[in-house]
Design a binder for this molecule. Structure first.
Ligand code: SAM
Length: 255
């Protein structure tokens, strides 16, 4: 964002000139704009965020679109199945579903209570759970989830120096880094999802298939390794590449 655009955002949300001055001082000290004004625009929605939480990125609109497509194609609401946003942070994917497909049952989960405070405001209709990955979900969710979506932490630990100070200095470490190759949380989610995905028959082009899909955002350089892991655990996979040429969504469907 250019300085003029930032100034417009600060002016839009500040109560008065004194607050503008205070916010400009904080921004000058390096605090993320979204933490200061307490909001971020995502898919036309004004989401609540604040200090100490991960700010949803524009690149995750790709995941939101992919999830909406899956929910429509698999007739999730009609079947009475669930959509889960794991590692939800302030729950941008849940918020898009809540706004675009209010008839869909959505669960969101994260280990960070502070992020969940905002998630509750961003997706009032969702069930919100605090805990470790999918273990946070209630037992009745097992076998009933049509789509498990996540933007997990996927930056390799060794790439910390490549991230902007706004991320490393103001967002939780756990929200950013995913181990040596960045895929530690991706692998855990793929393994745990097998217990939660719904198994249901569908006829697509005259062919029976079994459904239930995991949709995970990552960098394109990680897709091959993540696909190999998924296939070794019994998934069929495909990859959707974003317009930025960097972001991908791995789709892993149970066979
Ligand atoms: C990259 S952020 C994405 C947040 C949100 N989905 C978004 O796009 O704005 C990753 C999130 O995963 C959560 N997280 C990381 N490890 C976790 C774990 N083991 N269990 C639950 N949540 C975890 C972090 O707290 C953080 O909110």
């Amino acid at each position: 964002m250019f300085a003029d655009d930032e100034a417009r955002v600060l002016r839009r949300w500040a109560a008065d000139d004194r607050q503008v001055d205070e916010w400009v001082r904080r921004r000058g000290a390096g605090e993320p704009l979204e933490h200061i004004v307490g909001r971020v625009e995502f898919d036309g929605l004004d989401l609540h965020v604040g200090p100490g939480v991960f700010v949803p990125r524009r690149r995750s609109l790709l995941l939101a679109e992919v999830v909406v497509e899956q929910v429509v194609a698999d007739r999730v609401a009609e079947r009475g199945l669930l959509v889960v946003e794991a590692c939800c942070g302030v729950a941008p994917i849940g918020a898009v579903l809540g706004a675009r497909m209010p008839e869909t049952s959505v669960m969101v989960a994260d280990a960070e209570g502070r992020a969940l405070m905002y998630a509750r405001r961003n997706v009032p209709a969702a069930d919100v759970y605090e805990g470790e990955l999918l273990a946070a979900l209630p037992p009745p969710a097992r076998g009933r989830v049509a789509v498990i979506a996540a933007v997990p932490p996927y930056v390799p630990d060794s790439q910390a120096r490549l991230l902007p100070a706004e991320a490393t200095g103001h967002e939780p470490r756990r929200a950013l880094f995913g181990g040596a190759d960045g895929l530690d949380t991706v692998r855990l989610l793929l393994k745990q999802s097998l217990d939660y995905l719904a198994r249901f028959e569908d006829r697509v082009c005259g062919v029976d298939r079994t459904c239930g899909v995991v949709a995970l955002e990552m960098h394109r350089s990680q897709a091959e390794s993540a696909q190999e892991f998924a296939v070794a655990h019994g998934y069929r996979t495909s990859v959707v590449l974003g317009d930025d040429g960097q972001t991908v969504v791995l789709l892993a469907r149970i066979v």
